[in-house]
Design a protein around this ligand. Structure first.
Ligand code: PHE
Length: 329
């Protein structure tokens, strides 16, 4: 290409060879000038035509080279990219949320670093109450290295989020609080220092234990299948009165009793009860007008029941061989 333009300049440019011939025409004898002029002009036109033709050719060759360069083989197999999948805990958490959302529960999330008031005191667990031992709590030192008793902690349950909702909203309240919680436990196949909960709270006029039972039965059937039965056993939680623990019929043996349900035919899945009037009052809700129920379930527990994961540690180790098994879920 460059050569072409140089050649064109050499003959036809301002100081080109043909231009020079024309300029020197004056030096020729007068009588020869018309013939010579005609000849030089013919040469010039011929050269111009030749260059024009060549230019076309050069351009075309350039275009073809470019096409060749940019040519795509659309039949070539594409690169395969591995697509990730939801963690089984996330998957089950979403499923639980979906069931309760269908009943009108709204999702609320709160901080994992909490204070004593939201996690304990407002929930009828005053300082020095033995019920605090039920949830072995991580406290956060206010000054690094100085182990003073602290009010700041890692939340031990998502009931702390319910405290926040009660303090900020007027009943009726119907919320679901999913999230990660922390307890100071030695890590083993059956316990971990963090796990996930979904807790629910419903406060309105005339909410009764029967409402709680109805909602939990509906949840159990949606989650574990229409044959599932529930059983409520009296229990104790400082924030509810009366309190209960709920079992579902063991779906492995159909309730007959097996090693999974330790021969009882039942497996425990959640804690629940009627919100203690003290809790309502600490959060500014008139307990003479309103009643409510609350429940809390462990997402790992539900996931174990669904997928029979025997070791809790698998959930946080992020071994792809484990996680890949849930790709289709
Ligand atoms: N917060 C309780 C726990 O973490 C669960 C619970 C919630 C029990 C609501 C009763 C009512 O163990």
């Amino acid at each position: 290409n460059k050569l072409f333009y140089e050649a064109q300049k050499e003959f036809l440019g301002k100081s080109g060879k043909i231009t020079a011939l024309l300029r020197e025409l004056g030096k020729a004898p007068k009588e020869d000038r018309p013939t010579l002029g005609k000849l030089i002009n013919e040469l010039k036109v011929w050269a111009e035509n030749q260059f024009a033709l060549k230019e076309k050719e050069v351009n075309q060759a350039e275009l073809l080279a470019r096409y060749e360069n940019e040519k795509l083989d659309i039949t070539m197999p594409s690169e395969t990219k591995e697509v990730g999948s939801l963690h089984p805990i996330t998957h089950i958490k979403n499923e639980i949320i979906g069931i309760f959302e269908g009943l009108g529960f709204e999702v609320f999330e709160g901080p994992e670093i909490e204070d004593d008031f939201h996690n304990f005191s407002a929930l009828n667990v005053p300082k020095d109450h033995p019920a605090r031992d039920m949830q072995d709590t991580f406290f956060i030192e206010k000054e690094i290295g100085v182990q003073k008793p602290s009010d700041i902690l890692l939340r031990s349950h998502t009931s702390s989020v319910q405290t926040r909702v009660m303090l900020n909203q007027e009943p009726p309240i119907r919320v679901l609080c999913p999230g990660r919680v922390y307890r100071n436990e030695a890590i083993s196949a059956r316990a971990h220092c963090f796990f996930h909960q979904v807790e629910g709270l419903y406060i309105d006029k005339n909410v009764s234990f029967a409402d709680l039972k109805e909602v939990l039965l509906y949840f159990a059937k949606e989650m574990f299948g229409p044959e599932t039965q529930i059983r409520l056993r009296p229990s104790y939680f400082p924030f509810t009165e009366p309190s209960a623990e709920m079992d579902i019929s063991c779906d492995l043996c159909g309730g007959k009793g097996c090693s999974f349900c330790k021969g009882t035919g039942w497996v425990e899945i959640l804690g629940c009860g009627m919100v203690d009037p003290n809790v309502l009052e600490s959060c500014g809700i008139n307990s003479k007008v309103y009643t409510g129920y609350a429940f809390g379930l462990g997402v790992e527990r539900i996931t174990n029941l669904k997928y029979r994961v025997k070791d809790l540690r698998l959930f946080s180790e992020n071994d792809v061989r484990f996680l890949q098994q849930f790709e289709g879920c």
